[in-house]
Design a protein around this ligand. Structure first.
Ligand SMILES: Nc1ncnc2c1ncn2[C@@H]1O[C@H](COP(=O)(O)OP(=O)(O)OP(=O)(O)O)[C@@H](O)[C@H]1O
Length: 351
């Protein structure tokens, strides 16, 4: 059973990332609370700069250590250390590292966008990433849908990233390196961060994660044309885009706004994916266009691009041994369509 003393001992040994003294030395553990019945530990930590990628790393370290020490769930709040502590230690602040994935000319960024929620953008992002990995590509996936992160659950990820040499190591699943805001939030707690902080978090996903040499980095964007989508467009001038829509013409109309945003920021739209395009009867093989028809074509025409693929309404075959509720297996009818879309994407990028 964890006690306040043991929590302070475990957490206190970690280094504050800016001042390079331990949290114990800086007296930075401001509060420890333990709810014994739920085995929940919450801590309040002082740090030199809040809302930074360094905070994210420290948070990951604390969660991992406390869970190793026996906590079921961990809650962390951060506050800024008092000015006198900062003044006493500021001289120890090191130079900022400049290794930056954004400067890499090897990696192609592909953002998956949609005009509204629920059209299957995350399902498409996950399966396209897996399909690219099945083609032998080195693939990363950022779940940038920070308000509604769903990628870890969809892929059946139970592990959390670890920190090594001050870098966050993504979790590998189906050959894809995955990073999600969901990894850094406890108990599905809602994220109530303000706009600028979201941009910072996203930036840290690019810079502070050890991606290695990846060929494609896919980003599952939040739906619509809000702050984060705009941040991505501005942060990644060379980003390519794929727009997901359902086949109903009005859905395509809304999706066109996401496309327009991409074009305005001079991002090349690689193509459109029409999801939930039809229902195919298992008995007769007949196709029923339950959500209408023509939305994908209309959108592609409007954006002067092509339809990369159409996916029917279908559920993956769930596999109890390797559970991933949204990932289609390679030999599944839909898994094969995703492979075709992945091949098309690669050939478009190699042109
Ligand atoms: N082709 C499909 N057939 C059947 N169900 C699907 C299909 N595509 C997606 N779904 C289901 O529809 C729901 C919404 O999908 P998903 O979360 O991928 O959408 P989204 O556009 O990313 O939504 P949001 O942006 O709101 O997170 C999920 O339950 C998903 O399993």
């Amino acid at each position: 059973m964890l006690t306040e003393v043991s929590v302070r001992e475990v957490v206190g040994s970690l280094k504050e990332p800016f001042l390079h003294k331990t949290l114990a030395e800086l007296n930075a553990i401001e509060e420890v609370k333990i709810k014994e019945e739920k085995n929940h530990v919450s801590v309040k930590i002082g740090i030199a700069r809040t809302g930074t990628s360094e905070q994210l790393q420290l948070q990951t370290q604390i969660v991992n250590l406390l869970k190793e020490a026996g906590a079921a769930t961990v809650g962390i709040r951060f506050s800024e250390l008092p000015e006198e502590v900062l003044a006493a230690h500021r001289h120890a602040e090191p130079e900022k590292k400049d290794k930056n994935l954004l400067n890499s000319d090897h990696t192609t960024f592909i953002a998956i966008a949609s005009g509204k929620g629920g059209v299957g953008k995350s399902t498409v992002s996950v399966n396209l990433a897996v399909a690219l990995a099945r083609l032998g590509k080195k693939v990363g996936l950022i779940d940038a849908d920070i308000y509604g992160f769903s990628v870890p659950d969809m892929m059946g990820i139970t592990k959390r990233p670890v920190v090594r040499d001050e870098k966050i190591i993504p979790v590998e699943r189906f050959g894809v390196q995955v990073i999600s805001m969901g990894f850094f939030v406890e108990d599905n707690a809602p994220i109530i961060w303000r706009g600028p902080m979201l941009g910072k978090m996203l930036n840290s996903f690019f810079n502070e994660v050890e991606w290695g040499e990846i060929d494609y980095l896919l980003l599952d964007l939040p739906p619509g044309t809000g702050d984060v989508a705009l941040d991505v467009h501005t942060m990644l001038p060379a980003c390519k885009e794929i727009i997901v829509t359902t086949p109903h013409p009005t859905a395509a109309f809304v999706a066109a706004r996401a496309g327009a945003m991409a074009l305005r920021t001079e991002h090349e739209v690689l193509g459109v994916i029409e999801n939930m395009a039809y229902f195919e009867s298992k008995i007769t093989g007949e196709k029923e266009y339950v959500f209408g028809q023509g939305g994908g074509d209309k959108l592609a025409e409007e954006l002067n691009t092509e339809v990369l693929g159409r996916l029917p309404l279908n559920q993956p075959d769930w596999n109890d041994e390797d559970f991933a509720p949204s990932v289609y297996q390679e030999d599944h009818q839909i898994g094969k369509i995703y492979l075709e879309i992945a091949e098309k994407t690669v050939s478009l990028l190699n042109k």
